[in-house]
Write a protein that binds this ligand. Structure first.
Ligand code: HEC
Length: 98
């Protein structure tokens, strides 16, 4: 029983403190679709299944202004408050979407 309690606490604290890609992705759904299956605002590439390296590179690029097309300011607003952990968690999650 004690062991169960400890693992519960552990699971809770992990989900509270580690960047959680699935929850972070909720803010992206409106434009990219729940499975990242849409072209956001008919402008973006479909990012479902992108390798995490690609997504990390794109998101960091939007953040520092080195990546993007005509709508890149839309995306820089999305990523400006994301830290490295959050970007990595999002990228790992997007990689699992099909
Ligand atoms: C308001 C709508 C909107 C939201 C919300 C949004 N995006 Fe985007 N996203 C876009 C648009 C539009 C583009 C294409 C921008 C451009 O011209 O480069 C894009 C591009 C991208 C790209 C690169 C795809 C490409 O075409 O090169 C990635 C990766 C991406 N978004 C991830 C995300 C993630 C992760 C989130 C959530 C944190 C998110 N987006 C939230 C609209 C949105």
């Amino acid at each position: 029983m004690k062991k169960l309690f400890c693992s519960l606490i552990l699971a809770l604290s992990t989900s509270l403190f580690a960047a959680d890609g699935a929850s972070l992705y909720k803010t992206c759904v409106a434009c990219h679709g729940s499975k990242a299956e849409k072209s956001a605002l008919n402008k973006s590439q479909i990012i479902a299944g992108w390798s995490s390296e690609n997504t990390i590179a794109a998101l960091n690029g939007y953040k520092n202004g080195t990546y993007g097309g005509s709508m890149k300011s839309t995306m820089s607003a999305q990523v400006k408050n994301l830290d490295t952990d959050a970007i990595t968690a999002l990228a790992k999650y997007i990689e699992t979407l099909k």
